[in-house]
Design a protein around this ligand. Structure first.
Ligand code: SF4
Ligand code: SF4
Length: 204
């Protein structure tokens, strides 16, 4: 069973141009808005940990009791969480420590990707929009060549094969400070990149 807050989603980008290539990891910080609990694709991976967490037994009767009460039953016989999700109560997930991986890894590591507004095409996840702002600032605006993909920490370990030099890290910090980076975001950048957060001026 995973502990609360154990998993951090991030994207990692190896910058190929410049004097020395380096890898920079960009955290995804959930804004805890609950939007992904209210819309979107069903989460189909259900663990018996949910039953245990709810004080129910692992038998058919209690499975049905759990899903009839909170979720509903998938029509082809598979158990699944539909949206809006019945586990979303009073502004939070009542099974957060044991929620399905599809919820935990949304939106970076789900097969179907992020939900988008049908009319505008904009992502519905504010955390994803913020994550993309960092990528835009750090990678797309500043580098012609880069390679990147989503990762998990600590599950996948750190990709520090080309960790940034002090000068490169200072440049990263200056870039993200243009975006009024919060202390929590800075903490995650520091953790993922195994670099200290030193106070630098965004305009230096
Ligand atoms: S929509 Fe995004 S920011 Fe909001 S709770 Fe879901 S993952 Fe977090
Ligand atoms: S299980 Fe929790 S995180 Fe997943 S959709 Fe339901 S309320 Fe949201």
């Amino acid at each position: 069973m995973k502990a609360l807050g154990e998993t951090i989603l991030y994207s990692s980008y190896t910058i190929l141009d410049g004097e020395e290539p380096y890898t920079i990891s960009v955290p995804f910080l959930c804004q805890r808005c609950g939007e992904c609990c209210k819309f979107g694709y069903p989460s189909k991976v259900i663990s018996t940990d949910i039953l245990e967490y709810l004080g129910l037994r692992n038998n058919e009767e209690d499975w049905l009791k759990c899903f009839e009460k909170y979720v509903g039953i998938f029509k082809d016989g598979k158990l699944s969480i539909y949206k809006p999700c019945g586990f979303y109560r009073n502004g939070e997930c009542m099974i957060h420590p044991v929620k399905p991986d599809e919820c935990r890894y949304y939106p970076l590591l789900t097969d179907l990707g992020v939900e988008r507004d049908a009319a505008t095409g904009e992502p519905k996840c504010p955390g994803y929009i913020r994550h993309n702002m960092f990528i835009e600032e750090l990678v797309r605006k500043r580098h012609r060549k880069w390679y990147g993909s989503p990762y998990l920490y600590p599950d996948d370990g750190l990709n520090l094969s080309c960790s940034p030099t002090k000068l490169q890290w200072d440049e990263v910090l200056r870039s993200i400070m243009y975006l009024n980076t919060s202390s929590k975001e800075l903490e995650l950048f520091s953790l993922l990149n195994d670099r200290p957060v030193l106070l630098v001026s965004a305009h230096a």
